[in-house]
Design a protein around this ligand. Structure first.
Ligand code: ATP
Length: 721
């Protein structure tokens, strides 16, 4: 890493843009008093992050901006840029060139740019600390500060050493970690206090909440049981219902068919009934039969009378035959025949009988006939009547035959009728049976729907509707005992719920919120605890590192200090002593800020918690001195220079800026100083402001600064071989 250029615009007396090249190992800046040499040093210090106005010789920030002269107006802004060659990547960034710019506007706004990107002051300080550069040590020794190491207090000396050793960066980190730890502890206390505050209330709420949680559990179980119970039972009922429907349907169908069949059977029966032999025919036949029988008996009686007449006539002389009697008898026959004729349509008989009666009359009227004739006549009549009788018997036989046939027909009819009648009756029985079956099924259906209604009522008592369970397909069916068990359990849970009582939504909300707050705070507390632990470990690690590196370098520094002292004073002795610091003081709360604020002096916090300070003890040849105060100005400078050289010999910084450090040296010491600078220039770049010839002689580049007529500084460069 090498310092390449410094560019100034509007900075103090450098009103116009001025660029200084530092390509060599030693650059000397020379010029008359008041020409602006120290302003260049101020600019470097300012870029390195100086925050104290007095260190850059200004009362206020705006003193850094060119104030104007009668010849030239003032500038609105001061700007300084330093450019480093970083091809060796001394700075841990990827760029081969690193530029750092600081700007300050008259309105007070200031800006830092690292390779033209805006950064914070803190970043700049950290950036340079890693490169062992800073404003606290010996990187830049201001004019009049050549005895700085002597006049510093032990702690300041230690900081100077740390800066050169590159430990500042760890100190800064440690300091930041401590600040964070302090903040963390404050926050931890706050969080703890808040937790303590909510705890009693939270416990109360938790107790209540646990009850409600239980309620939720109970409700959940109850819901599940209800589903199991109502779902299960409804499923069964529905199944029963669905089982009945097709049965009823089937019976209905069957019954329909059977009714149809019955209708057919009835029609057949009617047909059979109609086929019954006519009753009238039978009655007629019966009447006919009766007529024949009457006639037969009349004829038989008549025959008996005729026989008796014939008997009488045969036994009586012919003259004695009483004609009157015969007439009377004949009359009687005639009357009988007439009477018979009324009721009998046997025309033949009637006619025959009438003929007979006429013949008997004629016989009687003649009176001349003999009784033998008459008997003959009667005999003939008798024969005729007998023949009629025989005819009637034939008729009767015929009638009896017809009757038999009729009876036979009736028997056949009866058989057919009985069969048809029985078939119809059987069908009626079957239909009746189906009806019974159907009624039974309807009864079952009714019973099932009553069950469903009962179940609905039960569900409603639980504030549910059966509809809710319709979609459920419960697992394998429960037995009635299972249902009884579930019912019991549901009853118990309902009683339990009633015991828990009403929920208070506001309290639940509060419990949730408080629990949320508790969780948040606990989380915060855990985070803070963890952070505090991490920070403590980090601080301890950094402490150990700083301590170890410091201790490691300290011995060499002391040896070198003694060596350079002896060189400067031609003998004598010098020694640095590490003294223990007072116990660590905690930063005060005002000092606790997350980010260092520009121009705040809080960075000083860092060394308040150091391991201690450095005391200087010297003994000069041929002199007896008891303290540093007794040294002359030149001696003080020499001690300081010996310390500076001791430090840079142990840990060479990339560059050093020394403003008239050699001012108080006599010629011999100035020569020694110049020789040593030349030697150190192998490792460290030097920018020296000097009025000293010897020093100028070792410089490779010489810049002459003059103050122009317009009151601004100008640079003349003079390269020396
Ligand atoms: P010496 O050799 O005496 O130490 P020097 O060369 O170091 O002098 P400086 O102290 O750098 O001189 O410069 C001082 C000059 O800068 C003064 O003339 C002062 O007026 C001028 N100066 C300082 N601040 C400003 C500013 N803000 N605007 C204009 N000029 C300024």
């Amino acid at each position: 890493m090498r310092l390449k250029t410094l560019e100034l615009v509007g900075f103090k007396s450098f009103a116009q843009k001025t660029v200084l090249d530092f390509t060599s190992g030693i650059t000397a800046v020379v010029g008359p008093n008041g020409s602006g040499k120290s302003n260049i040093i101020d600019a470097l210090r300012w870029i390195l992050g100086e925050r104290e106005a007095k260190n850059i010789r200004g009362a206020r920030a705006e003193d850094l901006i060119f104030a104007g002269t009668p010849q030239r107006p003032r500038s609105g802004m001061a700007q300084a840029t330093i450019v480093f060659d970083n091809s060796d990547h001394f700075f841990p960034v990827d760029y081969n060139e690193v530029s750092v710019t600081r700007k300050l506007a008259r309105e007070g706004t200031s800006e830092y740019l690292l390779n033209e990107a805006p950064v914070r002051l803190k970043d700049i300080i950290d950036f340079f600390a890693q490169a062992r550069l800073g404003t606290k040590g010996l990187t830049i020794v201001n004019q009049g500060n050549s005895d700085i190491f002597v006049k510093a207090d032990p702690k300041e000396r230690r900081v100077m050493v740390e800066e050169v050793l590159g430990l500042r960066q760890f100190q800064l980190k440690k300091h930041e970690a401590e600040r964070k730890l302090f903040n963390t502890k404050i926050n931890l206390d706050k969080v703890r206090a808040m937790l303590d505050e909510i705890m009693p209330h939270l416990r109360l709420l938790r107790r209540q909440a646990s009850k409600w949680e239980k309620q939720a559990d109970v409700e959940k179980e109850l819901r599940q049981l209800e589903e199991q119970y109502f779902g299960g039972r409804l499923f069964e009922i529905t199944k029963d219902f669905q089982g009945l429907e097709p049965q009823i349907e089937k019976v209905n169908q069957e019954s329909g068919i059977k009714n149809q069949e019955l209708k057919q059977l009835n029609a057949e029966l009617q047909k059979v009934e109609k086929s019954l032999p006519a009753g009238r025919q039978a009655a007629q036949k019966k009447l006919q039969l009766q007529g024949f029988l009457n006639k037969k008996s009349l004829l038989q009686k008549e025959i008996g009378r005729l026989e008796a007449q014939i008997e009488f006539l045969s036994s009586q002389p012919k003259s004695d035959i009483k004609g009157a009697e015969a007439i009377r008898l004949l009359e009687e026959v005639r009357q009988t025949l007439q009477k018979a004729a009324v009721e009998n349509d046997l025309g033949i008989l009637k006619t025959a009988l009438r003929g007979l009666a006429e013949k008997i009359e004629r016989l009687l009227a003649s009176g001349t006939e003999d009784r033998g004739g008459k008997i003959k006549e009667l005999e003939k009549t008798k024969t005729k009547i007998l023949a009629d009788l025989a005819a009637i018997d034939g008729e009767l036989a015929e009638l009896a035959k017809t009757e038999d046939k009729l009876a036979e027909n009736l028997r056949g009819f009866n058989a057919v009728f009985k069969k048809a009648f029985e078939a119809a009756e059987a069908k009626k029985d079957e239909i009746q049976k189906l009806e019974n079956e159907k009624n039974k099924l309807l009864f079952d259906k009714e019973r099932v729907s009553i069950h469903r209604q009962e179940l609905e009522n039960l569900a409603m008592q639980s504030g549910r509707r059966l509809k809710e369970f319709e979609a459920l397909r419960p697992g394998l069916g429960q037995s009635p005992q299972d249902f009884a068990e579930i019912e019991k359990r549901m009853f118990k849970l309902r009683a339990e719920l009633a015991g828990i009582g009403e929920l208070d939504p506001a309290l639940i909300k509060e419990a949730q919120e408080t629990e949320g707050r508790y969780n948040f705070l606990s989380g915060q507390m855990a985070d803070l605890d963890k952070a505090s632990e991490d920070l403590t470990v980090l601080i301890k690690d950094l402490d150990e590192k700083i301590h170890a590196e410091f201790e490691g370098a300290f011995k060499s520094i002391n040896e070198q200090f003694d060596r350079y002292f002896k060189l400067m004073f031609d003998g004598g002795k010098a020694h640095l002593k590490l003294i223990k610091d007072e116990p660590k003081s905690q930063p005060t709360s005002e000092e606790v800020v997350e980010e260092p604020v520009e121009d705040a002096a809080d960075e000083d916090l860092g060394h308040k918690v150091d391991h201690g300070g450095l005391e200087v003890s010297v003994s000069i040849p041929r002199k007896k001195i008891s303290g540093l105060d007794m040294l002359s100005g030149g001696e003080r400078s020499l001690v300081s220079i010996a310390a500076l050289f001791a430090l840079i010999s142990v840990s060479p910084p990339p560059f050093l800026v020394l403003d008239e450090v050699d001012a108080a040296l006599d010629e011999r010491n100035a020569r020694r100083f110049a020789d040593l600078i030349k030697d150190f220039a192998k490792k460290t770049q030097f920018l020296l402001v000097t009025h000293n010839r010897a020093t100028m002689e070792v410089a490779e580049i010489l810049y002459g600064i003059t103050m122009g007529d317009d009151g601004t500084s100008r640079v003349l460069s003079l390269k020396l071989e």
